[in-house]
Design a protein around this ligand. Structure first.
Ligand code: ADE
Length: 225
C-alpha cells in the first residue's frame, strides 16, 4: 500500500511513522508513506499557501490553487482509491473504516491547518472526510498519523502474529479482554487460575466472557451495533 500525505508541517509526521510497527511495515516493503510539503506548490516565491477568508473572520484558509496543483500532480502518477481530508467535522474514524482502508492500494491524505481548506477542494477532490474524535487539534497531521498507524498495522504481513490484529479491541464490536504476564504472583495480586490451566478452549471461553463483560461495563453502545 502507498500513502501520500500533503501537509504544511511534514516534521509532525516524521516520528510517529518511523518507529515500531510503522517502521517495520515500511522496511518490509508492505507500506510506503510519502510526505509532501504543500509549499512546493505555493502560489508565490514567499511560499504562500493560505489567505484570509471571504466574508471576514479570524483565521486563514488553505488556498485552492496549491492544493489542486498538489493533488493533480500526485494523481498523474497513480489513481487514488480515496482522497481523504482530515477534519474535526468529518466522519468519526472507527476500526471498520481502518479495515476498509487497509484493502486499498493508494491513499492520499490532506492535512488541514489554520481554519481549514477552501470548501471547493472538499467539493471537487475529496472523497472521504475523517475525524479522529470530537475535539479540535491544531492541524490534521497527528490525526493523519493515527489513521496511517491504524490502517498500516492491518496490512497482511505487517504484524508478526497475524492473528493479533484479529483479537484487537473493536474487531468484533468487543473490547479486548485483560492480559497478564510473569510473575504469576505480584505483591499477592494473582493471575487468574484459568489462564494457567493449559486448556486452550477454556482459556478462549474465559477471554470471550471477559471481553463481553468489559464491553457491557465500558461501552454498551458497541453491543447494540
Ligand atoms: N484536525 C483537527 N482536529 C481534527 C480531528 N479531531 N480529527 C481529524 N482532523 C483534525
Amino acid at each position: 500500500m502507498r500513502i501520500d500525505i500533503i501537509t504544511v508541517i511534514p516534521e509532525l509526521l516524521e516520528s510517529p511513522l518511523n518507529h515500531s510497527i510503522m517502521k517495520r511495515a515500511q522496511a518490509k516493503g508492505l507500506l510506503e508513506v510519502h510526505v509532501h510539503h504543500l509549499r512546493q506548490w505555493a502560489v508565490n516565491e514567499y511560499g504562500q499557501v493560505d489567505d484570509y477568508q471571504y466574508g471576514g473572520g479570524a483565521g486563514m484558509v488553505m488556498m485552492c490553487e496549491p492544493l489542486a496543483n498538489a493533488i493533480d500532480s500526485l494523481s498523474r502518477d497513480r489513481k487514488y482509491d480515496a482522497i481523504i481530508y482530515m477534519t474535526p467535522d468529518g466522519k468519526r474514524f472507527e476500526q471498520k473504516t481502518a479495515n476498509t482502508l487497509s484493502l486499498y492500494e493508494n491513499l492520499l491524505i490532506i492535512c488541514g491547518h489554520y481554519k481549514g481548506i477552501d470548501q471547493r477542494i472538499r467539493d471537487h477532490y475529496v472523497t472521504m472526510e475523517i475525524s479522529i474524535g470530537d475535539y479540535v487539534l491544531s492541524g490534521g497531521e497527528l490525526a493523519a498519523a493515527v489513521v496511517v498507524d491504524a490502517v498500516g498495522r492491518l496490512i497482511p504481513g505487517v504484524l508478526n502474529d497475524e492473528t493479533s490484529a484479529l483479537t484487537d479491541s473493536f474487531q468484533d464490536n468487543l473490547l479486548a479482554p485483560p492480559v497478564y504476564t510473569r510473575p504469576v504472583d505480584f505483591r499477592g495480586w494473582k493471575v487468574p487460575d484459568i489462564l494457567l490451566c493449559g486448556d486452550p478452549k477454556k482459556v478462549e471461553e474465559w477471554r470471550y466472557n471477559e471481553a463481553v463483560k468489559r464491553t457491557e461495563e465500558r461501552r454498551p453502545d458497541l453491543l447494540e451495533m
